[in-house]
Design a protein around this ligand. Structure first.
Ligand code: URA
Length: 209
């Protein structure tokens, strides 16, 4: 597994804006969209290029390159992952969308899947899991397992903040999955919140509490 934190100063700046409790939901959503666009660029920089020949502006053949892949599938994890969808789609507008939902079983404390509608031929596509907060890693690991069971080979996780605990969990359970966090934070508190973090990303995005 590889972790690719994005080191650009604008990423730091925008994450700082998200951490500020004075940032309202509309601005929070806009910033998450911008950050998701950056993350999508980073996550797709290994796409293979195919050489082709086209007729250029002078009417003569020129050798150029294109990305000739089946459209990827993005996997926004309910609820907060929805906030990252638009930003990713600015980079690859034709991406398929595989929605997945989990809740936490109050008895076992394990993530339980309640919704999954995967893209057609999902196993032939690159899959990008979108979830702004990689906290304990329990849900992300479960999403990876679900995708693996569907035959998916290529999985990357895009998140705004990651806790070291979550990175370790995904690395142990799914060593071949890459993680692209905007920022890696310090640790989790006793309630599973990322510290320093930004609070509940779903509530901040959608104005709930
Ligand atoms: N989910 C959130 O929204 N925030 C956290 O800090 C951890 C998980």
């Amino acid at each position: 597994m590889a972790v690719y934190p994005v080191t650009h100063p604008l990423i730091r700046h925008k994450v700082t804006m998200l951490r500020d409790p004075k940032t309202n939901s509309k601005d929070f959503r806009d910033i998450v969209t911008e950050l998701s666009t950056f993350l999508a660029y980073e996550a797709t920089k290994d796409l293979p290029l195919t050489n082709i020949t086209i007729n250029g502006w002078q009417g003569t053949p020129i050798d150029v390159q294109i990305v000739e892949e089946k459209d990827p599938s993005i996997v926004p994890v309910f609820r907060a992952g929805i906030g990252m969808q638009e930003g990713f789609l600015k980079v690859i507008p034709t991406a398929r969308i595989s929605y997945i939902g989990y809740y936490r079983d109050e008895t076992t404390l394990q993530p339980k899947n309640y919704y999954a509608k995967l893209a057609e031929d999902v196993q032939e596509r690159r899959n990008y899991i979108l979830d702004p907060m990689l906290a304990t890693g329990g849900t992300t690991s479960a999403v990876c397992t679900l995708l693996r069971e569907a035959g998916v080979k290529d999985i990357k996780v895009l998140c705004i903040l990651a806790a070291p605990e979550g990175i370790r969990r995904v690395a142990e359970d799914h060593p071949d999955v890459d993680i692209i966090p905007a920022v890696i934070d310090s640790h989790l508190n006793e309630r599973g919140y990322i510290i320093p973090g930004l609070g509940d990303a779903g509530d901040r995005l959608f104005g709930t509490r």
